[in-house]
Design a protein around this ligand. Structure first.
Ligand code: NCD
Length: 304
């Protein structure tokens, strides 16, 4: 039995297979409409979510399966003091696969150790968000035709943003990638990441201004300032509108640069950018359903 805790749990060959499957689902959804008939997905969300939980539910429903779960810790027995280890033992009796989001780093991992069904980490605190990373990689591979040979700018809250941490982790395995980290001083990417990049001799630079680097980027990954992980409101208010991607900044970029964003967006991309064909964040959300369908099939051993 396999779980998904980090994007590195799959080799790059396994990821290629997963993405091929996701692209086939995109082209021939009817072939998969009954693939998970009789199976149940549990979504256990101890933290708010729109896209991740609903895209999992949509994915399982589109595979012909059913979904149970809770969308908030207050409505689960966690509010009575139940541990995730106990909860997952119970969920294992009710479902065939579980997607779990938790504010504590490592909680889905703890659950997976006691689980008799596959557990998918749907985001653990500021740590990892592997299914968002699978979504991001599928989007890049489908729209750029390759994973590798590009300069990617990651912009915004690089300190608390788990999607950023997961994506960097996953991208270091591909060839010829240069990272540009664009953030205010207070929201720089954690040292453990830059240490890892230096160790592996992967080129990166850190800049504060988006404009200066825009012309060099093949991909721009925008992120929201993670309000819920700030220790004080004042810092959040000071930093939340540090970056706003608008039409005049887009004019500095390559004609085929792509803008990604895991969403939700707050103010960091102005809505006028949505009409630019290079803005692919809504398409990205659609890829999130295909990749989660492929992932459910793979973890349930129904991918062949
Ligand atoms: C992200 C998350 O939850 O980390 N959202 C998502 O799952 N698409 C990004 C965010 O909340 O900023």
């Amino acid at each position: 039995m396999r779980h998904l805790m980090s994007p590195l749990d799959f080799t790059t060959q396994e990821l290629d297979r997963l993405f091929d499957l996701a692209n086939d689902i995109e082209r021939n959804p009817q072939n998969y409409a009954h693939a998970c008939e009789g199976n149940i997905l549990a979504t256990c969300f101890y933290e708010p979510s729109t896209r991740t939980r609903l895209s999992f539910e949509s994915a399982m429903t589109r595979l012909g399966g059913r979904v149970i779960g809770f969308a908030d810790a207050a409505s689960s027995s966690a509010s009575k003091g139940e541990s995730v280890s106990d909860t997952i033992r119970i969920i294992s009796c009710y479902a065939d696969i579980c997607a779990m989001r938790h504010p504590k780093e490592g909680a889905p991992m703890v659950a997976s150790e006691k689980s008799s069904i596959p557990v998918i980490n749907a985001g653990d605190g500021g740590h990892q968000h592997p299914t968002q990373t699978l979504t991001d990689l599928l989007t890049i591979r489908s729209l750029k035709g390759r994973l590798g040979n590009f300069t990617i700018g990651l912009c915004g809250d690089l300190k608390f943003g788990r999607t950023v941490h997961s994506l960097i982790n996953a991208l270091v395995r591909y060839d010829n990638i240069r990272f540009v980290f664009i953030s205010p001083e207070e929201l720089r990417v954690p040292d453990y990441i830059t240490d890892m990049l230096r160790e592996q001799e992967i080129p990166y630079e850190e800049v504060i201004r988006l404009e200066q680097i825009m012309p060099e980027l093949d991909l721009l990954y925008m992120t929201r300032v993670q309000k819920e992980r700030f220790f004080n409101e004042e810092d959040y208010v000071r930093l939340k509108d540090f970056y706003i991607l608008n039409v005049s900044k887009m004019a500095l970029a390559k004609k085929d640069m792509l803008v990604l964003h895991p969403l939700p967006r707050v103010n960091e991309i102005s809505v006028e950018v949505d009409d630019d064909p290079r803005a692919v964040y809504f398409k990205q959300a659609q890829y999130g359903v295909y990749v989660r369908m492929a992932l459910i099939l793979t973890l349930l051993g129904k991918d062949r």
